[in-house]
Ligand binder design. Structure first.
Ligand SMILES: NC(=O)C1=CN([C@@H]2O[C@H](COP(=O)(O)OP(=O)(O)OC[C@H]3O[C@@H](n4cnc5c(N)ncnc54)[C@H](OP(=O)(O)O)[C@@H]3O)[C@@H](O)[C@H]2O)C=CC1
Ligand SMILES: O=C([O-])CC(=O)C(=O)O
Length: 275
């Protein structure tokens, strides 16, 4: 893979570009960012920061047609569920591989089917990185035996839940103790908390599905990290993964591991050893 496309120019793209530049054995041929008009300047600055060490050609586009004309072979969506809806099918139709990090978008069955069908028609692949969470490999393997119970608990400091429906349920500014404000299915979590519960969708798609995966979301004033816990019981193995992620410096909702997980996808398509 020599031509990388990225959708979005926020905190995750910053983490992705830093990690990819550090990990590349040699510069890529081209990196193109599809940005909103508002964020085009930020995208330019992110690319300029890495310069020739990242890629010989560094481009920012604000129109999808121009972005696709740059012929990216691998496109990393780092923008949000709306961007998956807006651009996903069109990217796959070019035959490019598309890695989606806003995995909660796939809680919309029609969109998931549309993406899968576009990929099948074009001979392309839709890839779902583990993102902020860990243990997805073991969960997929356990699913191949027989899953009995899968629960995901997402716990973040109150600030990370600002601007979400949690605000109507809790007084985030004065919260003194951890509060579970959501207990339901992975589908409902991914749809209602699009910037905070993509992991719920990842766990669902890797494991027991959107309805059978139980999700709890917690605002916790006693922590300064984003905690992800996946508990699995299955015929092959029982396990619990507990991951304490540091938030990205520019977006407290997003853990650094999410952008790093996307960087892993990119580097696995460049380096000879895939891990
Ligand atoms: N799977 C996982 O584990 C995780 C997934 N996520 C997902 O990743 C997304 C990105 O996270 P993060 O970088 O921290 O978010 P930010 O809000 O920091 O950045 C989002 C960026 O995407 C841009 N953007 C939004 N919509 C579009 C679009 N339609 N086309 C092009 N660019 C667009 C925004 O531009 P502008 O600001 O101008 O609107 C902004 O530059 C989250 O919204 C969430 O969906 C996040 C954390 C974990
Ligand atoms: O980054 C995280 O900690 C998780 C997250 O926001 C999500 O699942 O959408």
């Amino acid at each position: 893979m020599r031509r990388l496309g990225i959708i979005g120019a926020g905190g995750m793209t910053e983490t992705l570009l830093d990690a990819v530049t550090r990990g590349l054995p040699a510069p890529l041929e081209a990196v193109t960012i599809l940005a909103t008009r508002r964020s085009a300047g930020k995208a330019e600055a992110l690319l300029a920061r890495h310069g020739d060490a990242l890629a010989a050609a560094r481009l920012v586009r604000t129109e999808r047609a121009a972005f696709l004309a740059d012929a990216p072979q691998f496109v990393a969506e780092c923008a949000g569920q709306g961007a998956v809806r807006e651009h996903g099918v069109a990217v796959l139709e070019t035959g490019a591989e598309l890695a989606v990090i806003s995995i909660g978008a796939l809680a919309d069955e029609a969109l998931r089917l549309g993406l899968e069908q576009a990929a099948a028609r074009a001979g392309a692949r839709l890839v779902l990185p583990p993102g902020a969470v860990g243990g997805i490999d073991a969960l997929v393997a356990a699913r191949l035996s027989r899953l009995e119970e899968v629960t995901y608990t997402g716990r973040k400091p109150p600030l990370a839940w600002k601007g979400t429906p949690a605000e109507a349920l809790l007084d985030l500014a004065t919260l003194a103790e951890p509060a579970i404000f959501f207990d339901g299915t992975a589908r409902e979590a991914a749809i209602r908390y699009p910037q905070n519960a993509n992991v719920a969708a990842t766990v669902a798609l890797a494991g027991a599905g959107f309805e059978a995966t139980r999700v709890r979301l917690v605002a916790d004033p006693t922590i300064n990290r984003n905690l992800h816990e996946v508990a699995v019981r299955s015929a092959a193995a029982d396990f619990t993964i507990r991951l304490e992620g540091r938030p990205s410096p520019t977006n407290p909702k997003t853990s650094l591991t999410a952008g790093l997980s996307m960087a892993r996808e990119v580097l696995n398509r460049v380096l000879p050893l895939v891990v």
